[in-house]
Write a protein that binds this ligand. Structure first.
Ligand code: ZN
Length: 360
């Protein structure tokens, strides 16, 4: 609850800041204080960070808004000290969709860099940053523009390194996707990523840039994770829902007061009934909302999502049989919890679908 701060919504997508992000400001201020630097330098560094993260947010919106064109929503955009993450709700399963969504992020930085280049060019200001300018801090705004230009350029170059699951790696997988199936394409992208990440680690250790070495490790472990979950998913998609569903899920009547469910484990969803008949789903996210609002006398109906039995998925189907728009519907309405009905139309079980890929 306290680990992220909601700073607002753009295009209907919440933008959040991870708590570790504030450490960055602290580290800069501390560094400057230790090196006896002026408040001017501290102010400059903080202003630059805010502007850079503005560019990172726009980069993430490049991914998010392109994904929306392919019918995939974004749960939120999260800012961390090592960059932004757009958490998607659903899969981009065609190579073209993944290619365009992946490339849209860096393209935003290309546009920003181009605009900054034009501004500097029209002002007859050279784009390179001289040492004397850094020591005297030149003109505050001119130096900011130059740094922003340089950083956006670096963001494009770094992001396009084919280290899956970074943007360049996703582009590579998408291109491989035209020739191979998803699993093979991901596997090849994972090996290319290993080579790139090994490069980051060795370079980082050799030149004392330990952050780069750590980032290398992070990226490769993310690549491994994505490959593993793909393998798992493949196994799971072939299993019928009756074997996958959770039938121990508890039921609650829609007119019951919330305190009945708020005393229980807030991580477990409920099947909501009306006079013993299926009525809808109460998700853990909604439970937590009620907990935060301390709405113990509200009714279950106030927080649950009503659904018709027709919208529930049959137990003899597999996940692969569920149409993408249905998965997306449940991703938005019940936080990925899908009610499962048996042959008699009774709803006694649920499955939880994961929120899928993350774009950095
Ligand atoms: Zn990106």
């Amino acid at each position: 609850m306290f680990n992220t701060l909601n700073i607002g919504k753009m295009f209907g997508i919440p933008v959040k800041i991870h708590w570790t992000f504030w450490l960055l400001g602290l580290v800069i201020t501390f560094d400057a204080w230790q090196e006896n630097q002026s408040m001017y330098v501290v102010g400059f560094s903080l202003a630059l960070i805010i502007l850079v993260f503005g560019c990172v947010v726009l980069h993430e919106f490049g991914h998010a808004l392109t994904a929306r064109k392919f019918g995939v929503g974004t749960q939120d955009i999260l800012l961390t000290p090592i960059g932004g993450i757009a958490r998607m709700m659903g899969n981009l399963r065609t190579p073209t969709a993944e290619l365009l969504v992946a490339i849209a992020g860096p393209m935003v930085n290309v546009v920003i860099a181009l605009l900054l280049y034009l501004i500097l060019e029209f002002g007859n200001i050279p784009t390179d940053i001289s040492d004397s300018e850094i020591s005297s801090l030149g003109s505050f705004s001119v130096l900011l523009l130059k740094y922003l230009f340089y950083i956006n350029k670096m963001l494009v170059l770094f992001n396009m390194i084919p280290a899956f699951p970074m943007d360049g790696g996703r582009v590579l997988r998408a291109l491989l996707g035209y020739a191979f199936n998803l699993k093979t394409a991901t596997n090849i992208a994972r090996w290319v990523s290993l080579v790139c990440c090994a490069g980051f680690v060795l370079y980082g250790l050799y030149y004392g840039q330990y952050t780069l070495a750590i980032i290398g490790l992070f990226i490769f472990s993310a690549a491994q994770q994505e490959y593993r979950s793909l393998e798992n998913e493949e196994k799971i998609t072939k299993t019928t829902l009756i074997k996958l569903a959770d039938y121990r899920v508890q039921k609650v009547e829609k007119n019951q007061p919330m305190y009945l469910v708020l005393n229980q484990n807030l991580e477990q969803p409920y099947i909501v009934e009306s006079e013993g008949k299926f009525w809808g789903i109460l998700s853990p996210k909604k439970l937590k909302e009620a907990k935060v609002a301390n709405d113990i006398y509200g009714t279950v109906e106030d927080y649950a999502q009503s659904l018709s039995v027709e919208m529930c998925v049959e137990a003899d189907k597999t996940i692969a049989d569920i149409p993408v728009d249905i998965l997306q519907f449940y991703g938005e309405k019940t936080d990925g919890i899908i009610p499962i009905k048996d042959i008699n139309g009774q709803v006694n079980g649920i499955i939880v679908t994961e929120i899928q890929p993350q774009f950095g």
